[in-house]
Design a protein around this ligand. Sequence first.
Ligand code: GSH
Length: 261
Amino acid sequence: MKMLLAAGVMLAALAGGCVAVSTTETTMVAPQATLAMPPITIYHLEGRRSERIVWLMEELNLPYTLVYKRGDLAGSMAEIRKVNPGMPVAPTVTIGDQVMTESGAIIETIVNRYAPGKLTPPLASADYANHLIWMHHAEGSLASRVIADYRVWMIKPPTERSRLVDSEAEVQFAEDYLAKHPYFGGSQFSAADIMMVFPLNFAMNLNIVDKTKFSNINAWKARIEERPAYKRMLAKARPDGLIGSPPALPAHAPSGPRPGQ
Ligand SMILES: N[C@@H](CCC(=O)N[C@@H](CS)C(=O)NCC(=O)O)C(=O)O
């Protein structure tokens, strides 16, 4: 429910044929009501980003249907293509008859509509802004850079460190944040932690960065992997462990100071 308290101040100045109108409004947003949830179906690929949505639903104790072909990534992808031929990616999620992609958007839709206030720091807190930064940083910066660096390495291993923000700078940025905060949500676990696991695992497990150098991230990973909802996600969405992973790099890209800095 949204209450609008309009302390309206309207100034109209007529000068030389121009009209200037200024209004001020005080908006008080009452706690949002939880909407009725239509059936949610998660189209999944084992070990991939769709785990985020399974984990979210387990954290929130909300019902969902999980669709994938166990041990058969191509078969699971065929299921995704049936509902989402234009952008067949995991996660693809249906909420009622709406088809959604983008894990961050899916998470925000589910939380805001069906579990308002959950897995999200209070709106006015500093943690809220940090939580939102990491919610978006996970895909917009971290995943895009680590995947780009992995692909570039596969084509031609780099001989010097990139001058641009690279995977190591990305992972170090996360490491430094975790030196001061227990979670990417700040003081509490939040949906931002769910978003960050996949790209950090990608960077560390595929040897894009030297995983032994990031003790805060390793400690955070151990903490969140202890969560009962994470364990339920693994049992339902990754029953045979990781399958069909791309190969790890034989050596991570050159490290240390960036040229020219
Ligand atoms: N930014 C999207 C990325 C989705 C995505 O690329 N998922 C991968 C699996 S982890 C995929 O389906 N890849 C198939 C392809 O690229 O053809 C999200 O966060 O949901």
